[in-house]
Design a protein around this ligand. Structure first.
Ligand code: NAD
Length: 260
């Protein structure tokens, strides 16, 4: 029996494309190659141009929508458009995170409430409203939600600070929602990726050293690629992963299994 992933006729929405380096873009490409019709969202006008340029490179023209995940009215509007255009959803990709630069450098002890709230709101809380709106579009046939996380959720990565707190919250949400939405056959999983060069990664102090450390210490003795994250997301979105939910899948060349 041949195992192939054919998502022809399925609809998906991807949050978090800022440019061609975004993990969300790599995932969008993989889903598109498998035949899925996509809606792609971008955060604001500043990023629109990048996404508009990327869109025609997909096999099927995506629905492009502006969505700031902290703006409930905007989120609602986004899903209204998806309901009108697609009528249903099989996949939602949450590849969104933000923290003020001051809050991912220096002392974690000094993190103020506003910075803490913002980091948690964008990077963790936002999964809830997105999934809340996606659920009615998924429940007839079941669905798959994939979020992006990092090992700083469970270990100390100096410089990650409040983003580690946000990833811990996000991973818990994945498990909690997997439990709540399991009866509707909606699966939620997160990919814990090794370091990849992206816009968000550029803001992390010591990122270049971190990449080198991963390549030196990981069992595969190298860094991962965007494509490796994207194909894992494709697997999680597909029926090949029909029994997988609430899971944090590491795509990190094995780095997280090492002690010393
Ligand atoms: P990226 O900068 O390309 O993507 C982050 C996205 O978040 C951007 O598209 C940005 O517009 C979006 N965003 C921020 N605030 C938003 C808001 N208020 N509303 C809507 N969108 C908003 O960087 P990336 O590395 O591709 O990050 C994607 C995800 O992958 C993040 O969750 C990140 O923490 C995670 N991750 C990244 C790495 C890495 O090394 N790059 C490793 C593990 C996990």
């Amino acid at each position: 029996m041949a195992y192939t992933i054919d998502l022809t006729g399925k609809k998906g929405i991807v949050f978090g494309v800022a440019n061609h380096r975004s993990i969300a873009w790599a995932i969008a490409q993989a889903l598109d190659e498998a035949g899925m019709q996509l809606a792609i969202t971008y955060q604001n006008d500043r990023l629109k141009e990048n996404v508009v340029k990327l869109a025609p490179t997909l096999h099927q023209p995506p629905l492009l929508l502006q969505c700031d995940v902290t703006d409930e009215a905007n989120v609602q509007q986004t899903f209204s458009s998806v309901r009108e255009q697609f009528g249903e959803l099989a996949t939602l990709v949450h590849s969104v995170a933000f923290a003020n630069r001051d809050d991912i450098s220096g002392e974690f002890l000094k993190t103020g409430w506003d910075g803490y709230r913002l980091a948690l709101q964008v990077s963790a809380y936002s999964l809830l409203p997105l999934v809340r709106h996606a659920t009615p579009l998924m429940e007839a046939k079941g669905g798959s939600v994939v979020a992006m996380t990092f090992q700083a959720s469970t270990r100390v990565f100096p410089g990650y600070n409040v983003m580690g707190t946000a990833k811990a919250a996000l991973e818990h949400e994945v498990r909690q929602l997997a439990y709540e939405l399991g009866p509707k056959n909606i699966r939620l999983n997160a990919i814990s990726a090794g370091p990849l060069d992206t816009l968000a990664a550029r803001g992390i102090h010591g990122f270049v050293d971190m990449k080198k450390e991963h390549a030196d210490r990981a069992p595969l003795r190298r860094n991962i690629t965007h494509r490796e994250v994207a194909t894992t997301a494709l697997f999680l979105a597909s029926d090949l992963a029909s029994g997988v939910t609430g899971e944090i899948v590491h795509v990190d060349a094995g780095y997280s299994v090492m002690g010393m």
